[in-house]
Write a protein that binds this ligand. Structure first.
Ligand code: SF4
Ligand code: SF4
Length: 287
């Protein structure tokens, strides 16, 4: 049977918060018996736009990660619930029952993604219920996907085999696969948030004038092996992305006919900007 999935493209999310506001509008002050009790006006972010800065000035990137209930197929919250307070619907959606879950604060800690919010006034654990009341009424999109101007959010109602094909073809990832929860929320370009880069700027004298060096060949190496290759852009910038944080020592080699070959050592903790690398002219290097 067809099940619901959400796909979020990190590269397209620009932190407008429209999805979060639409979620707030849908649930704050509204009751949907069997689906969700009203969301508090303040303090709950059922769609939570998290943010990370990478690099150092002037090479800085900010990535935004909308996080919500993942509607996991192996949901720890379901295991932690008493009296059937959390149910997994046949269509994949996980619902925290707004009556049965009252007082069950342990559910907040059971979710490894921090997607369950405690409603103090109602003494109720709550999470985004995938707008199930709307989908059951015939909607084909969630409120968040409907308002997302960049189409960073997509709702897919497909069979699991079809979803796995899409995951393979589009290179989708889930948050923390090591938790073993089998989320139904998938991410495109997740590396922009989770991974690190090494970058720098090349400069050198061209025709007697100090300039940015565009078009130079830049190699990323480790243990004598070339891991990646790129070319500096018109501003002399180069960047190797998708590296594991804290992955340690790398060597950057720069090759350009106009300049002497140069190598720079880089130690990667978090994303690292190496600054301006001054290239020496070939003639000067020979001298
Ligand atoms: S509406 Fe779209 S672009 Fe805006 S924060 Fe949400 S996912 Fe990101
Ligand atoms: S993300 Fe958290 S609240 Fe949602 S189904 Fe998974 S464990 Fe439960």
């Amino acid at each position: 049977m067809k099940k619901w999935n959400l796909v979020i493209d990190v590269a397209k999310c620009f932190n407008c918060n429209a999805c979060a506001v639409a979620c707030h509008d849908e649930y704050c002050g509204n009751e949907f018996p069997g689906y969700a009790a009203g969301m508090p006006r303040l303090g709950a972010r059922w769609i939570d736009i998290r943010q990370r800065e990478h690099g150092q000035c002037p090479m800085v990137e900010v990535a935004y990660l909308p996080v919500t209930c993942n509607h996991c197929d192996d949901a720890p919250c379901l295991e932690a619930a008493r009296d059937g307070a959390v149910k997994k619907r046949p269509d994949g959606i996980v619902i925290i029952d707004p009556e049965k879950a009252r007082g069950q604060r342990q559910l907040v800690d059971a979710c490894p993604y921090g997607a369950i919010w405690w409603n103090e006034e109602k003494q109720l654990p709550q999470a985004w219920p995938f707008d199930a009341h709307l989908l059951d009424a015939g909607w084909t999109k969630t409120r968040g996907a409907q308002v997302c101007a960049t189409r960073a959010m997509r709702v897919l109602h497909v069979e699991d085999e079809e979803m796995q094909r899409i995951v393979r073809e589009e290179g989708l990832q889930v948050l923390h696969p090591e938790y073993g929860t089998r989320p139904r929320v998938y991410y495109q370009n997740l590396d922009r948030y989770t991974k690190a880069f090494i970058g720098g700027t090349l400069a050198g004298a061209i025709g007697g004038v100090e300039e940015c060096v565009a078009g130079a060949r830049v190699l990323l190496k480790r243990g004598g092996q070339t891991l990646a290759e790129t070319t500096s852009d018109p501003y002399g910038d180069f960047r190797f992305a998708g590296l594991d944080e804290g992955s340690g020592a790398y060597r950057i080699e720069i090759a350009d006919d106009r300049f002497a070959p140069q190598a720079v050592a880089a130690e990667l903790g978090r994303s690292t900007y190496l600054g301006t690398i001054a290239l020496a002219p070939r003639a000067a290097a020979r001298a």
